[in-house]
Design a binder for this molecule. Structure first.
Ligand code: FES
Length: 321
């Protein structure tokens, strides 16, 4: 079983109106991390969310959390429902966005996507002879731009901060930076449209030189999704999953304990056996054979009205929120 770390929230400070800096400390030695690593944290809603680690030592991780107004509430609960001194559970950090050695780098960040790139920039600048890099940081306005003071102190000419003021016509034009492939490695993290733009403009680069960090590779709930009913292996009452709710959320709201980590269909922690139903598998982990018997509760849903899971139903329902 994956080891869980109990971290104490030592400090929580705003970086902008929506982005908060969290310092998490532990009494036990924490795993070492490399630039680009992220930390799965259980939020007060019970949902796991992943946050890039911007600084670390053997007893402390620092992360930045954006309160997503349109999100499903996990990060919002972390920002609004935690107080210093509170304990939070985290899983071991992971890194699917490693900083590889390269002669030069182009970092492209949008909004909260600055966090893994900032840890990379800090790591490069800590070297005796830092390689050249350019960081392009796109945000809506100066007020929504975290880490402005630190960015202002970076070597002259290495940072471009661009504000689009919410107007897509004012988006940064990456083409001049991407037109001619060379020895640089590109690292990009930010909202979907920004990453799509960079993907489109970097298709002619060597694949191994272009790196993306996407914490939500699978959209858990989509606009056209419909409600469905879950039945269980025993005679527990059927459970309704709303159109805007994941199976995992519905199970937890009913009092079921279901493990999870990525909550985006990539790790397999939330896999559950099922007995019947037409499953819309949306994960990126299960094999075709496994999909005949299992589903991932964080992203998969029923194509029809009903799914029957091969697990006992939750007996003790939590009170309605
Ligand atoms: S929690 Fe990772 S696949 Fe569901």
């Amino acid at each position: 079983m994956t080891h869980e770390y109990t971290l104490s929230l030592a400090a929580k400070t705003p970086l902008t109106a929506d982005i908060w800096h969290f310092v998490l400390e532990s009494d036990e030695t924490l795993p070492a991390v490399t630039p680009g690593a992220h930390l799965p944290v259980r939020t007060p809603t019970g949902a796991m969310r992943q946050y890039s680690i911007i600084a670390a030592d053997d007893r402390r991780y620092e992360i930045a959390v954006k309160c997503e107004r349109e999100g499903r509430g996990g990060s919002r609960s972390l920002v609004h429902e935690t107080v210093p001194g509170q304990h939070l559970v985290a899983l071991p950090p992971e890194n699917g966005f490693e900083l590889v050695d390269a002669p030069a780098y182009l970092f492209i960040a949008g909004g909260i996507g600055i966090t893994p790139l900032l840890s990379m920039v800090r790591a490069l600048l800590a070297r005796e002879a830092p390689p050249p890099f350019t960081l392009v940081f796109c945000t809506r306005t100066p007020a929504t731009t975290p880490f402005r003071d630190e960015l202002a102190r970076l070597p002259e000419g290495s940072v471009i901060i661009h504000h689009d003021h919410g107007d897509p016509d004012e988006s940064y034009d990456f083409w001049p930076l991407l037109e001619t492939p060379d020895a640089r490695h590109i690292y990009c993290c930010g909202p979907g449209p920004l990453m799509d733009a960079v993907r489109d403009m970097s298709g002619h680069w060597p694949q191994k030189a272009v790196h993306f960090e996407d914490f939500n590779p699978v959209q858990a709930v989509r606009e056209a999704d419909e409600a469905f009913t879950v039945r269980f292996a025993d005679d527990a009452p059927a459970l309704a999953v709303a159109a805007d709710q994941t199976l995992l959320e519905a199970l937890r709201a009913a009092g079921a304990s279901v493990a999870s980590s990525c909550e985006s269909g990539t790790c397999g922690s939330c896999r559950l056996p099922y007995l019947a139903g037409d499953v819309d598998h949306r994960d990126l982990v299960l094999s075709p054979l496994e999909r005949q018997r299992e589903l991932t509760a964080c992203v998969s849903r029923a194509r029809g009205d009903t799914l029957r899971l091969a697990i006992p139903g939750p007996r003790r329902r939590k009170p309605e929120q």
